[in-house]
Design a protein around this ligand. Structure first.
Ligand SMILES: [Zn+2]
Length: 461
């Protein structure tokens, strides 16, 4: 089918602009792990792709966690004695500690300061802070703003609500030829933060748009969820669906200028791990591969031992390592149209591998077949005849029913699309047969997920 070839027909610059425009539309919304900002974000995604939303009532037990009360905010400010709003939620939603309980009071600066957060080392940045599971209130401001506050009385107002309502998440399901699923997951709970949050949302939404309506081998499930509690809630309600996940990616921090990083799944050598590493090695400059660790984004939940799903995390700069992370400097200038487009292309290239990673059998395995008499000593486009011929010889040699095309691409160090094209040509020429899907799907391979899911089911009963 050639997803990547199709992707490359598109105008990349225009696509990048489109991705950045969507990030700009989402940026002003005050999101959180629950509430109307999250719902509005999902509605904006729903305007582009078929999205089903689910409301999980506050207080619902999800594994070891409870869905928290729903938080909404209308306004917040700190007003000085002369009536001026010195800190104003309407100007930037990061000013309020996310999940702050309501407060309206007048207090001296000394008392107020126990509720103010800044970063002395980054005096111009507003930090992003949350207090989801401890009822508290606070304001975040730049250190220079904090230092400029004069002694005196301040009016403090946070017009928020914390009520028993629900937690919302969205799913876009695109059915394919098999019910085996590819999961794409990103968190949608950060307020005005661009790389950490919006880059993943925009790329995932456009990836779903790109895939919608195609004849695909796998079924695709895109989940747009609040971080941690959303993934836990989704998994708790979808133990059966989780069993069908053959490959998965968490997308985050993929709009900045940094080089690509891929954090492997807990199992470390699954097909998704190998597909992403292959694509990044062949398509991008100096990518870095990180071993799994039990901190980071929602791969922590998907890779918890009861699920142990083949889910890795694709990033550019790694969360927590760039100075803009979780501050107001992670803004729309920190993410770039061309970088978003390149990240979307990498995702398309990874899915291109997954969709076409079949196994073949050489029907003429005793010595090399004579290619010339079959007209296979000619280039068909793409590369030079030497490269194409090399790819054909590798495919013929390793097509023993055991090696997948990705195995062959890795071993030959030839990029997957050229190996796939060689296999298709050899198949058309009658030199290869396709090994049946059930084997190609890896159901008999060590990465099949059945044992861990059995554990997850037991923990339910
Ligand atoms: Zn974050």
């Amino acid at each position: 089918m050639g997803l990547l070839k199709d992707f490359d027909q598109r105008n990349r610059a225009a696509l990048g602009e489109e991705l950045h425009r969507f990030a700009r539309e989402l940026y002003p919304i005050c999101r959180s792990i629950t509430g109307n900002g999250l719902r509005r974000t999902l509605t904006m995604i729903q305007n582009r792709v078929p999205l089903q939303t689910t409301e999980v009532p506050s207080g619902t037990q999800v594994f070891d966690w409870k869905v928290p009360k729903e938080w909404n905010i209308r306004d917040a400010f700190i007003r000085s004695a002369n009536g001026k709003r010195v800190v104003d939620f309407q100007k930037c939603n990061l000013y309020v500690m996310n999940y702050s309980v309501p407060v309206h009071s007048i207090m001296p600066l000394n008392e107020l300061k126990t509720h103010l957060f800044s970063i002395p080392e980054k005096p111009d940045c507003i930090p992003y802070r949350t207090s989801y599971y401890k009822e508290d209130w606070g304001f975040c401001l730049s250190h220079s703003q904090l230092q400029a506050l004069e002694d005196g009385e301040y009016e403090v107002c946070i017009d928020s609500t914390l009520e028993n309502r629900s937690l919302t998440y969205g799913e876009c399901y695109l059915p394919g030829q098999t019910t085996d699923e590819v999961l794409i997951s990103c968190h949608a709970c950060h307020p005005s933060l661009a790389n950490d949050n919006l880059s993943g949302l925009t790329v995932a939404t456009h990836l779903a748009e790109f895939l919608a309506g195609r004849d695909l081998r796998y079924s695709y499930r895109f989940v747009f969820i609040p971080g941690t509690i959303g993934a836990i809630a989704w998994l708790a309600r979808n133990i059966e669906a989780a069993q069908r996940i053959r490959h998965g990616l968490v997308l985050t921090c993929i709009g900045d200028k940094g080089r690509f990083h891929y954090k492997k799944s807990r199992r470390g050598n699954t097909e998704i791990d190998r597909a992403v590493m292959h694509v990044l090695t062949h398509q991008t400059d100096a990518p870095e591969f990180l071993e799994f660790s039990p901190y980071g984004y929602d791969e922590r939940q998907y890779c918890s031992p009861g699920f142990n799903l083949p889910v890795g995390c694709l990033m550019r700069s790694v969360w927590g390592t760039f100075p803009e992370y979780h501050t107001s400097a992670d803004n729309l200038e920190f993410i770039h149209a061309d970088k978003l487009a390149e990240s979307l292309r990498v995702c398309a290239a990874v899915l291109d591998v997954l969709e076409d990673n079949h196994r073949y059998c050489n029907l003429n395995p005793h010595c090399e077949p004579q290619l010339g008499k079959r007209g296979l000593y000619r280039p068909t486009g793409g590369g030079t005849i030497e490269e194409e011929l090399n790819a054909r010889l590798w495919v013929l040699n390793l097509s023993d029913g055991d090696h997948s095309l990705l195995d062959i691409a890795d071993r030959s160090k030839i990029a997957f699309p050229m190996i796939r094209d060689a296999a298709e040509l050899l198949h058309q020429s009658g030199l290869l047969s396709v090994v049946s899907e059930s084997v190609a799907d890896g159901k008999s391979s060590p990465e099949a997920a059945a044992p861990s899911v059995a554990v997850a089911r037991r923990s339910q009963s």
